[in-house]
Ligand binder design. Structure first.
Ligand code: SAM
Ligand code: SF4
Length: 462
């Protein structure tokens, strides 16, 4: 048995769950009553295979999103800094044994050029991604984070830099914390240790426990803003869904705060992909698992990436996704390389993405569907950590902070980067949301701040 993960217990929950319709409805109602679900209850939702119940679970997730979080979607972009790697992960194009891949570590100038291109598109939030290699130690990561924060292009700036990097020791985590990272994100890939051993063939990453306890070391080092994830398709999605939940529970029990975000990447085509395909997750199961996750951890942010097609992203966003990437290009050096803006070179990428829309295309479509695109970074910069928890549990928090900040960052985008038709759509949405706020002081304050943005003031937030 691992520190907090007991595979027999997880398997037992799945095998023993035989929920009646009434029980499934009770569990959905518990989540809508803003209570996190137990593993046993989540296993009941997982085992509810009647199409009518699956639909009710999805409806439950939609209601939870609409009544609690509203229509905001936070936007970010991934930026690959280096693809050197000493590990051999069967699913990843960057595996050390892949000789077809071109190995690149961005120089300082390359990194600056990438960040300028991202800022010129309107991005404000990035996640930096690194292979696992002695060259990418904590000091290197901290330096690259510092460079990203320092780049300015016109009115552009990156206000939040998250990282996805290999596990570090406590001293290493202290170094990256001092570089003022936002979220430290790491995926366990699979919580099933035997499968983990089969797909991690060489390198440090073979050590299941070192990875499983990475976020505990991050906490020791003072990083309390962390993101977890599982790579769906390696093993039974039911098991890994409960694994994620157990990991989140561990955090709440020991540190009194859950993970900030949960990611649920699904395996995509990659150069020299070499996996057993029997656990690949169908679209139907994938949409279902995201709805179950939403209900199970109602106050945790959910991240959905451009690995998925626009159609799947549109469907799943309704179930309470809080962040998506937009204008994504995961080719090494890809953002600054205009010729490659819309093509993919699999020998420069970790895997293939399926949503190549530009940031503006994504924003335009979000606006058409009445979502509020947001680049808000205010909680983090005002020291309000645990923002999802606050959004969820502090009455009026969303009305007081999240919604106005989403509108203010949208207005900045509309002023600085949007083409005319997107700008029009954006201001129609802003006016509509202002009208919904009513005639109170929030509304007046927000109107004043929106005017300041039109007059050229930037980085206006609550
Ligand atoms: N090297 C670091 C590590 O392993 O933790 C960074 C992670 S990697 C650059 C980011 C994530 O991409 C991995 O944790 C994995 O979940 C995901 N990934 C790898 N190969 C993938 C594939 N073929 N399809 C989808 N996601 C993949
Ligand atoms: Fe390296 Fe990470 Fe890819 Fe594994 S998933 S091969 S550690 S980059």
């Amino acid at each position: 048995m691992k520190p907090f993960l007991d595979p027999d217990e997880i398997r037992g929950f799945i095998n023993n769950a035989r929920p009646s319709k009434e029980r499934v409805r009770e569990i959905i109602a518990k989540s809508l009553d803003k209570q996190r679900l137990t593993l046993e209850e989540t296993a009941s939702l997982i085992q509810a295979s009647d199409p009518e119940l699956i639909e009710e679970i999805k409806q439950g997730a939609k209601i939870l999103k609409d009544t609690i979080y509203g229509q905001r979607i936070v936007l970010f972009a991934p930026l690959y800094v280096g693809n050197l790697c000493i590990n051999t992960c069967a699913y990843c194009g960057f595996k050390s044994t892949n000789k077809a891949i071109r190995r690149v570590t961005l120089t300082k100038d390359d990194l600056v050029a990438q960040v300028k291109a991202l800022e010129d598109a309107g991005q404000k939030r990035l996640i930096l991604v690194y292979g696992e290699h002695p060259k990418y130690d904590a000091k290197f990561i901290a330096e690259t984070v510092g460079i990203v924060y320092s780049v300015r292009s016109g009115p552009g700036e990156i206000r939040r830099v998250n990282i996805n990097a290999a596990p570090m020791d406590i001293d290493g985590f202290r170094i990256v914390k001092d570089a003022k990272i936002g979220t430290y994100q790491i995926f366990q890939e699979t919580y099933h240790e035997e499968t983990y051993a089969k797909v991690h063939l060489q390198g440090i990453k073979r050590n299941f426990e070192w990875r499983l306890t990475a976020l505990d070391r991050a906490q020791e080092a003072g990083i309390d803003d962390v993101g977890i994830g599982a790579l769906f398709g390696l093993y039974d999605w039911r098991f890994d869904l409960l694994g994620l939940l157990r990991h989140a529970n561990h955090f709440e029990a020991v540190y009194n705060v859950g993970p900030h975000t949960i990611s649920f990447p699904r395996i995509q085509y990659a150069s020299q992909l070499n996996i057993d395909k029997s656990h690949l997750v169908s679209d139907a199961d994938f949409t279902r698992l995201v709805a179950i996750l939403r209900l199970a951890v109602p106050y945790t942010g959910l991240i959905l990436t451009a690995r998925e097609t626009a159609a799947i992203r549109d469907e799943i966003m309704q179930f309470g996704v809080s962040q998506i990437d937009g204008g994504t290009n995961i080719e090494m050096g890809g953002y600054a390389n205009k010729e490659h803006a819309e093509t993919q070179d699999i020998d420069l990428e970790q895997f293939q993405i399926n949503d190549n829309r530009s940031l503006n295309e994504i924003i335009d479509e979000l606006l058409q569907h009445d979502y509020i695109p947001s680049f808000c970074t205010s909680c983090y910069r005002k020291g309000r950590t645990g923002e999802h928890f606050m959004e969820f549990s502090v009455p009026g928090f969303i009305k007081r902070y999240c919604q106005p900040n989403a509108l203010l960052t949208l207005a900045e985008y509309l002023e600085d980067y949007a083409p005319e038709d997107t700008r029009e759509k954006g201001y129609i949405l802003i006016r509509k949301k202002l009208n919904e706020i009513g005639q109170d002081s929030f509304r007046q304050d927000l109107i004043k701040k929106l005017e300041q943005i039109k007059e050229g003031k930037r980085d206006v937030y609550l």
